[in-house]
Every structure is written in structure tokens, then in C-alpha cells.
Design a protein around this ligand. Structure first.
Ligand code: ADP
Length: 644
């Protein structure tokens, strides 16, 4: 928009292209120093109008405001004060532009303060104010009942309320809103408007330059509503917690009566919202704190070390175990780099692992050995609400004991395997090789009996028969031992039809079955299992033979072979109606050479069931017995079903 300047004004501006502007002052957001620079709403307005008038600004530093009032009438060292309040008194000596900033004076209290609707409610209370402002003087004069706490700056005054040193702050709305937001004082609210004169601020110009004043005034008039909004938005960002949009209450060129009422209504509404919002926030914060405390207790209850860090390794959380394990002061951990706790050789690999987890979003477990400890570290990605992985959590478990126990078990297993192999070898060689001299003894005893039959008396013959029986028994023992050691020699398992296996076992036992007149019941449809045929024949044969052998003298022996299938597991059961076994011996009977009866009672070597257990072991199954002494026994064993 073109500025319609008079010829005089134009000539004046051309003759005075530089304006000395006093830039010191501390009233944010209007004018303040920020890192050595002057900033604020008034500077933005000034920059805009100076540009429009083709003027340049020369910043000058002039002491206090009293000094300004002294120098400005004659332009002694300065030409312009960017923000000041016109009074009739001052206007006699100083030029003023139209007010371009306009705000009411309001009352700020803590959110939990009793209801404060006006300045009257503050009688007897402590009110913090900045020194040397018109409303401070006005307040002092009009409300002598209020105890004033006069401080140097608005930030000090507002802080006094926030920390409870004062009950309220009275000051300019924009200043209050700015301080509350900048310092994050969520415990403060704008409680009510005051009746004190509001801030109507314009620019103060040296008294002898009325042409600059009028030119500035014209330039200010060309500022568009858009530009005003822009500046206000920049300095009073509307934050939801204020609930009020300051730009709606900042009225250009003064507050009309209607506007002021509207402002009050909005203020009250906003405060209600603010109080509700703060209540909700407090409750939410309490909830968050409570759940954080629970989470921390849970983590500290763990025996795993736990750490949370950003993907670049910056530590963001940890539990007690972590600090203790590393022996570092917990106060130094947050914000430190995780990598600083690793031996240098491990760092690159660990960084790669973390990068891998971030990329794949899948947890990874790594085993580490540090200081003689085995650590199992599981790295989990933390997927944020925006679906990105910025943090990672690691649980580190000390598995040293587990690893050592495992190593001990493996060592024992190897030792057992070795001594078992030796024993098997020994049993095989012993039983095999000892049979030869035994056979020789038996042969010569038989020869003795035959050749010298007529020379032997009854006693000698009886001795010879004892020797022959002894040799026979020893041979049986050797044969059983040989069988036992053979089972251990590992055999390939293949599908075996149990119909055939059981038929073979019964065939081998045919004579004994006929002798005892036993009844044998075989369940129909015997399955095909995964096994070693010869060993399985022995297994069935041993169990059925025992059922026939340990029969009750009072009844005809009955043997029942049945089976059940559960998934891939077949359980066979061989039940008899014999003498039964006392539960005390249910485990022992499967040991080698374990017998419950004397030879005179029942013939046997005590190896049969040991062979059975070995066969079942080789088939990856289990064998056990149920029995009621005097009524009978049932031997069960499991094998795998052949599939396909
Ligand atoms: P053996 O029959 O050669 O003595 P086993 O190892 O086959 O050796 O059996 C061990 C012991 O278990 C037997 O001495 C016997 O006391 C007991 N036993 C085995 N089978 C049965 C059965 N079906 N009924 C009662 N007792 C049994």
C-alpha cells in the first residue's frame, strides 16, 4: 500500500535517513534482549514501518526510562523509543504514534487458588508486580489493602506466584501469557481481568521531529490485518493449555467496550477449560508416574540386566542389575553412550547387531563372554507410535551357571559313554571267549562220566552231575550276557511287522507253552513299528517267557498281549495271572543280575529284563511294570509306530 506522504515529510525523511532507536529494555514479548540481539513485537513493527519509509535503524543504548524522558524531547543521543505509553504529560514534549499494541491488565493466580474474580478479592493477599509501571502505581493507590511484592522484572514476578511466594501477579496480558508459556508454568492461570488502565503502546519520537512522527503514523496505518496476525502469532503462539487465543483479545488500536466484555467472557471460559485441562493433566501425570514406578520395580525385580537406549547408543533407561553388573555409578548412566561399556573389540559387531534389529524389527539373541561370565543378550526393537524404531531394549541374562552345568553334563555323558562302551566290549569278549574253556570243561566232564561209568560210585556220579549243571548254567549266563552286550551295539531301525515278530517269539516258546498248558491271547491287528527285528523278538519272547515262568501253582497260566496307539507311540502290554511282584522291586528287576527268587524255586540268570530294558532304550521307548502281588503282573513298553 502506498504511503501518502506530504512534500514536507518526504523532504524530512530524505534529510534524515537514519533513525537512532533505543534498544535496551526488558519487557518480553514487546522488547527484550535475546543472546545479544534485540527482539520483540515492537521491533517487528518498527522494522516493517522503517522499511516502508526507506529509513535505516541505528541501535543505541540509553540507560533507564527516566533518561529517555529526559533526552527524547530534544533528540539527545536518540530519536525513537520503540514501545511506550503515551500520556498527556509526556505528549507535551514527545511525539507519539498511534498505539499499535493493546492489552488489558489481568490477574494471574495459581490454578488451585480460591476464586479470584477481581482485584477486590486480592485484599489482604500478596501480589507480585514489576516496579515502575503505571499499573503498579495505580494498584498501590487504588487498592491499599493489597500487599505488594515489587520485583525488577515480569519473569521474577510471575515466578513468585508459581513458587508460592506471592498469591497473584497483576500485569499485562501478553506479558503474563508469554512468561507462563515460556517457563511452562502449568500451575498458573489467568484468573480475571483487572480494572486498571490497559497497555496502549505506541512509539515515542523525539519532540522536535513531528514530521517523523506523522510519517511513522501513516506507515503504521498501512500494516495489513494479515501482517498484524503474523506478528502476534509469532510472539504469542496459541498453546492449547492457555485455552485462549491471545490474538482474539489483542485489539488493534484499543479495546472497544463490547470487545472488552467479550474478552472477559472468553477469559472466564478459557480459565474453566484451563482448570479442567490441568486437572486432567494432573491425573494423567499421576497415572504415568505410578505406572512408571511399577515398571521400574518390575525391571528391578528381574535378575536380568535391562537397558533402554536410542539407536545411536545413548542410554535412556536401565535397571539396578545393569548398574551393578557394570559397576558404574547409576547417576552417570543416563545420556552416556552404551558403547562406552563395551570392550573396543566388541563395539562394531554390537552396533551391527543393533542396526540389524532396527532394520528387521525382529529380536535377536547374542551370547557374550565377559570377565568369565556368559551373557545371553536379547535385543528387542521398540516400535514407536509413528511406527518407527528409534530405541532398542536389551535384556542381558547371566547364563554362566547354566553353561557350566551343561558342560559338566556333557563331560559326564562322554565319560559314561566311554565306560559303557568299555563294559560292553568287556562283556562281549568275556562271554564269548569264556565259553570256549567252559565248553572244554563240560566236554571233559561228559567224557569222564561216559568212559569211567563203571568205575564211579553213586557219590562220584552225583558230583559229576553237579559239575555238568554248573557248566550248563554258566553257559546260559554267558549266552545271556552276550545277548545283552549285542543289544548295545546299535542297530538301524526299520519298519517291523509285530505280527511276524510275535509269531516268531511264540514259536520259540512253543514247547514251554505246551508244557504249561498256558492260554495265550494276542490282540488282533498288531501294528508295524520302527525297530530292530531280532531284538524285538527277544523282547516279546522274554516277557512272555517270564509270564509263563512266574505263574501261580494254583491256576493255569494266562498271557494277554494288547496294545494302544497314541499319535506315533505304541504301548504294548504283556499281562499274566502269575505270582505278581511286590511294588518295592518294580524298578530293581530291570537291573542286570537282579532276581527275586532262588535258583531252586525258579530257574534264571537275572538278565532277561535287563535285556528288555536295553532293547526298549535302543528303540527310544520306556518300559515299566504294574502288578498286584498274588494276582499277576503287566509289563508295558513303548515303541514308535512306523509311518508311511
Ligand atoms: P530271570 O527271569 O532270569 O530271573 P529276569 O530279568 O527276566 O530274570 O527277571 C528278573 C526278576 O523279575 C525275576 O527273577 C522275577 O523275580 C521277576 N519277574 C520277572 N518277570 C516276572 C513276572 N511276569 N511275574 C513275576 N515276577 C517276575
Amino acid at each position: 500500500m502506498a504511503i501518502e506522504l506530504t512534500a514536507e515529510e518526504r523532504a524530512f525523511l530524505a534529510a534524515h535517513p537514519t533513525v537512532r532507536v533505543r534498544i535496551n529494555g526488558d519487557l518480553p514479548p514487546f522488547l527484550f534482549q535475546d543472546q545479544g540481539q534485540v527482539r520483540g513485537m515492537s521491533i517487528d513493527y518498527l522494522t516493517l514501518v522503517l522499511k516502508r519509509l526507506n529509513l535505516t535503524m541505528e541501535p543505541v543504548d540509553i540507560g533507564g526510562f527516566a533518561e529517555v524522558l529526559k533526552r527524547l524531547p530534544t533528540g539527545d543521543g536518540m530519536d525513537l523509543q520503540p514501545v511506550t505509553r503515551p500520556t498527556p504529560e509526556r505528549a507535551k514534549e514527545i511525539g507519539f504514534t498511534r498505539p499499535y499494541l493493546s492489552f488489558p491488565v489481568v490477574i494471574v493466580t495459581r490454578t488451585n487458588a480460591d476464586f479470584v474474580g477481581s482485584l477486590d478479592d486480592l485484599n489482604g493477599h500478596v501480589v507480585a508486580v514489576e516496579k515502575a509501571y503505571w499499573y503498579t502505581t495505580e494498584l498501590q493507590r487504588k487498592y491499599p489493602g493489597i500487599e505488594l511484592k515489587i520485583v525488577d522484572s515480569s519473569s521474577q514476578a510471575i515466578r513468585a506466584v508459581a513458587v508460592g511466594e506471592a498469591d497473584a501477579y497483576v500485569g499485562i496480558l501478553a506479558v503474563a501469557a508469554w512468561q507462563m508459556e515460556k517457563n511452562g508454568y502449568t500451575n498458573l492461570k489467568i484468573a480475571a481481568p483487572s480494572t486498571l488502565s490497559g497497555a496502549e503502546m505506541g512509539m515515542g519520537v523525539r519532540g522536535d521531529w513531528p514530521l517523523l512522527t506523522s510519517a511513522l503514523d501513516k506507515a503504521l496505518a498501512t500494516i495489513t490485518p494479515e501482517e498484524h496476525r503474523e506478528i502476534r502469532r509469532k510472539w504469542l503462539p496459541v498453546k492449547s493449555e492457555f485455552g485462549i487465543a491471545p490474538r482474539q483479545v489483542m485489539l488493534w488500536g484499543g479495546l472497544a467496550a463490547g470487545g472488552f466484555l467479550l474478552f472477559i467472557a472468553m477469559l472466564i471460559l478459557a480459565n474453566r477449560r484451563l482448570i479442567r485441562e490441568i486437572g486432567r493433566r494432573r491425573a494423567a501425570e499421576q497415572e504415568v508416574r505410578a505406572s512408571q514406578a511399577i515398571a521400574l520395580q518390575m525391571l528391578n525385580a528381574s535378575t536380568d540386566a535391562c537397558m533402554l537406549f536410542d539407536v545411536d547408543g545413548t542410554m535412556r533407561g536401565f535397571n539396578d542389575v545393569f548398574a551393578k553388573r557394570l559397576g558404574v555409578d547409576p547417576a552417570t548412566i543416563l545420556g552416556s553412550s552404551l558403547w562406552s561399556y563395551f570392550p573396543p573389540v566388541n563395539i562394531e559387531a554390537r552396533k551391527r547387531a543393533v542396526a540389524g534389529v532396527v532394520a528387521s524389527r525382529a529380536p535377536v539373541t547374542l551370547i557374550d563372554v565377559r570377565g568369565g561370565h556368559h551373557l545371553s543378550n536379547t535385543i528387542f526393537p521398540l516400535i514407536g507410535p509413528d511406527d518407527r524404531v528409534r530405541q532398542v531394549i536389551v535384556y542381558s541374562r547371566d547364563i554362566t551357571e547354566q553353561v557350566e552345568a551343561e558342560a559338566r553334563i556333557q563331560a559326564h555323558l562322554a565319560e559314561i559313554k566311554r565306560s559303557n562302551a568299555e563294559l560292553e566290549q568287556f562283556a562281549y569278549i568275556a562271554s564269548h571267549d569264556l565259553r570256549e574253556p567252559l565248553r572244554q570243561i563240560a566236554n571233559f566232564v561228559a567224557l569222564l562220566e561216559r568212559r569211567f561209568a563203571d568205575q564211579l560210585n553213586d557219590e562220584a556220579r552225583e558230583y559229576i552231575s553237579f559239575a555238568r549243571e554248573g557248566a550248563k548254567r554258566l553257559d546260559n549266563l554267558m549266552l545271556d550276557l552276550l545277548e545283552y552286550s549285542r543289544v548295545g551295539r546299535g542297530e538301524q531301525l526299520a519298519p517291523v511287522e509285530c505280527e511276524i515278530v510275535v509269531a516268531a517269539a511264540l514259536d520259540n516258546l512253543a514247547a514251554r507253552i505246551a508244557e504249561t498248558g498256558a492260554e495265550i491271547h494276542i490282540a488282533p491287528g498288531l501294528p508295524t513299528v520302527l525297530g530292530a527285528k531280532t531284538h524285538l523278538i527277544h523282547l516279546f519272547q522274554n516277557l512272555i517267557a517270564n509270564a509263563l515262568k512266574y505263574c501261580s501253582p494254583e491256576r493255569i497260566p494266562e498271557v494277554r498281549l494288547s496294545f494302544t496307539i497314541d499319535g506315533k507311540v505304541v504301548t504294548f502290554s504283556v499281562a499274566d495271572n502269575g505270582i505278581g511282584i511286590d511294588p518295592v522291586y518294580h524298578d530293581r528287576i530291570f537291573g542286570i543280575f537282579q532276581r527275586l527268587h532262588g535258583r531252586e524255586e525258579y530257574e534264571g540268570t537275572g538278565i532277561g529284563l535287563a535285556i528288555c530294558r536295553r532293547v526298549v532304550d535302543q528303540h527310544g521307548g520306556r518300559i515299566w511294570v504294574d502288578s498286584v502281588p498274588g494276582q499277576g503282573s503287566t509289563f508295558h513298553f513303548t515303541v514308535s509306530l512306523a509311518t508311511g
